[in-house]
Design a binder for this molecule. Structure first.
Ligand SMILES: NC(=O)c1ccc[n+]([C@@H]2O[C@H](COP(=O)([O-])OP(=O)(O)OC[C@H]3O[C@@H](n4cnc5c(N)ncnc54)[C@H](O)[C@@H]3O)[C@@H](O)[C@H]2O)c1
Length: 254
């Protein structure tokens, strides 16, 4: 696989970290990127894809496509992969990024919020990985990166559902790394700390100050900080790395 010749799928790619990943892969490694999302705010899938291509027009001529899909649905995952194979000619990279939070202390957490977070954050990774590995196995090449979280490593009060889902993603990553290594497919996870996106926009000033006390680099991360590491894990420079969890957290966990 030569540089800038790969074909990627990114879930939850219309905003936040996912959008930064789409842009990073399209400008550095890929000839085509298809991103899926459940929501295309104010935009059609075509408009969303065209908007990103326009933002990147001076950097790359990679083709970008968008696909409306709910990551909790296996049939939507299969349809996303089929669409990527038909539009891009194959799939080399899968980035399982879509995720949500529904925070509450366990005493107040509803069963519905537990199930919802596990479905969107963990079952999605099963759905998309299962659908994407068929073409990857056939070509004996694949790079899969799952977005976990530092809280999946250290726990966090008020996030039992989210932490369980992200710890599950880490276990799934290591198992897939072992299952798929013989097919030349690497599977890694990244564990972001506090990254500036709409997911963390809910935090008030006091919560931010409190959280930054535990970050040696004394700033929140940017979506691009995460996207660059993901691009590295999908590059030739990372061919001998599999089953790892890379924290991108300003030193919060070490
Ligand atoms: N922002 C952070 O500080 C942080 C920290 C650690 C991990 N993460 C993880 O990074 C990933 C991206 O987070 P973000 O901060 O960019 O969040 P975000 O809320 O800005 O973006 C998440 C995207 O996922 C999509 N999505 C949600 N439910 C979906 C579904 N059912 N089907 C398809 N798409 C769906 C949303 O529409 C959105 O585009 C998530 O997995 C999150 O858990 C974020």
């Amino acid at each position: 696989m030569s540089q800038r010749n790969k074909r990627a799928i990114v879930t939850g790619g219309s905003r936040g970290i996912g959008r930064a990943i789409v842009k990073e892969l399209a400008s550095r490694s890929c000839s085509g990127v298809l991103f899926s999302d459940i929501a295309f705010i104010n935009n059609s899938t075509e408009e969303s894809a065209a908007e990103i291509m326009n933002e990147l027009k001076d950097l790359t001529d990679a083709k970008i496509y968008a696909f409306k899909a709910d990551v909790t649905s296996f049939s939507d995952a299969q349809a996303t992969v089929d669409d990527a194979v038909s539009k891009l000619g194959g799939v080399d990279i899968l980035i399982n990024n879509a995720g949500i939070t529904r925070d509450n202390l366990l005493l107040r957490m509803t069963e519905e919020d537990f199930d919802k977070v596990l479905n969107v954050n963990l079952k999605s990774v099963f759905n998309y990985t299962k659908a994407a590995i068929r073409p990857m196995i056939a070509q004996r090449y694949g790079r899969i990166v799952n977005i976990a979280s530092v809280v999946g490593l250290i726990g966090n009060p008020g996030q039992a559902n989210y932490v369980a889902s992200k710890a599950g993603v880490i276990g799934f990553t290591k198992t897939m790394a072992r299952e798929l290594a013989g097919k030349n497919i690497t599977v890694n996870a990244v564990a972001p700390g506090f990254i500036e996106t709409e997911m963390t926009a809910k935090l008030n000033e006091k919560q931010r100050e409190q959280l930054l006390l535990n970050v040696p680099l004394k700033r929140m991360g940017k979506p691009e900080d995460v996207a660059r590491v993901i691009n590295f894990l999908c590059s030739e420079d990372a061919d001998y790395i599999t089953g790892q969890v890379i924290a991108i957290d300003g030193g919060m966990t070490m």
